[in-house]
Design a protein around this ligand. Structure first.
Ligand code: NAP
Length: 337
């Protein structure tokens, strides 16, 4: 496993004023992550902003080529363009970079890690570690439990993704559009392809030549990589819904043999990072999952349309286990080694 050379590393959050970056700071403080120094970087727009974490005040600085001097762990919460530019700079300065963008995720020399599943994929030579897409993380947490019982034949997933998954501007847009509608004002569309308030948009990220979206293919390819099942039959439809926080997923899994549902529930109950809702009439929902660490799974039932299969509903806070929490857990692996 990769290690940083100290058990009290110097940590930097890049994109510290964004939704994921702010959550990373909170989670480092909540989990008493043992840093000797924490630096917060963002664009020039945010320079001088003060962020309070664990009772300490930190001043946001502007990201530049010299930001990584002395940094051991660089947590990137920036878009692909910025990550592609600055992750290599961080590594050149001796840091291990944990990146939340999609830029490095499918590179063969970059482990794509959900610590509960594949922390052993991190080798000492890895200086870049990728954090998966938020929709992928909550899906693989549950699929990994299922495949411990029975081989998986095919996965069909439809996502119900909140606007915070698209960053802070998108969060503001749902709010502004909702207020406009209630006040009978014209709705302004900026970050989405159409009005998101009181609507569902069945296309997230760019649409590819074959009609799939980039978001859907992230779920497909990242799931195969994390589970180390390169030929897994899996298909996804990704939908943006007018919810502020938390992603939901309707998941149908066809298996090679019958799933013993009570046994599957037992495995889920014992799995770290998962909360299971076994009763049919009590189920996880986005507003309750927001702010929580666990991936929540409920509505587990037999799929009668195939010889062997189950249906379920999986919910998680996209900013926590879907992004910041998972990244901090990866950082914890680096110093635990
Ligand atoms: N949101 C999610 O649920 C989620 C889940 C998984 C992965 N991700 C990925 O995580 C990354 C961050 O997402 P987010 O939702 O946190 O985005 P966000 O809320 O839009 O935040 C973006 C951050 O990047 C900073 N930034 C923008 N331009 C910059 C520049 N030129 N120099 C330095 N910093 C700059 C922003 O700083 P300013 O405040 O100064 O503009 C802000 O801190 C993205 O790659 C996203 O795909 C997000």
């Amino acid at each position: 496993m990769a290690v940083v050379s100290t058990d009290e590393p110097s940590v930097a959050i890049i994109g510290a004023t964004g939704l994921v970056g702010l959550e990373m700071g909170e989670i480092l403080a909540e989990r008493d992550f043992p840093f000797c120094d924490l630096r917060l970087y963002a664009s020039e727009r945010s320079v001088g902003e003060i962020i309070e974490l664990g009772g300490e005040e930190y001043r946001v600085e502007e990201l530049n080529e010299d930001s990584f001097e002395g940094v051991d762990i660089a947590l990137f919460a920036t878009d692909s363009e910025l990550s592609s530019r600055f992750v290599p700079v961080a590594v050149e300065h001796g840091a291990v970079a944990i990146d939340n963008s999609s830029y490095f995720r499918l590179r063969e020399d970059v482990p794509l890690v959900v610590p509960e599943i594949n922390k052993d994929a991190i080798a000492s030579e890895n200086k870049i570690i990728a954090n998966p897409n938020c929709s992928t993380v909550q899906l693989v947490m549950v699929l990994d439990c299922l495949r411990k019982m029975v081989p998986i034949k095919r996965v069909v997933v439809s996502t119900y993704q909140s606007v915070s998954g698209a960053g802070k501007m998108a969060l503001d847009e749902l709010w502004d559009q909702s207020v406009s509608i209630f006040n009978q004002r014209e709705v302004e569309v900026k970050n989405f392809s159409m009005q998101i308030a009181f609507n569902c948009i069945p296309a997230i990220d760019a649409i590819l030549d074959d009609g799939y979206t980039k978001e859907e293919m992230k779920v497909v390819n990242e799931t195969r990589k994390i589970l180390n099942l390169p030929d897994l039959a899996i298909t996804a439809t990704a939908v943006r819904v007018p919810v502020f926080h938390g992603h939901g997923e309707s998941v149908s899994v066809e298996t090679e043999a019958e799933v013993d549902i009570p046994k599957f529930i037992e495995i889920l109950e014992e799995a770290p990072g998962i909360e299971v809702f076994p009763a049919y009439d009590i189920f996880p929902v986005q507003i309750n999952a927001a702010g929580k660490d666990a991936v929540q799974v409920g509505r587990i039932r037999r799929d009668y349309s195939v010889e062997h299969g189950i249906n379920m509903w999986i919910v998680a806070d996209n900013l926590r286990k879907g992004a910041a929490l998972n990244a901090v857990q990866i950082a914890e692996c680096l110093i635990d080694a």
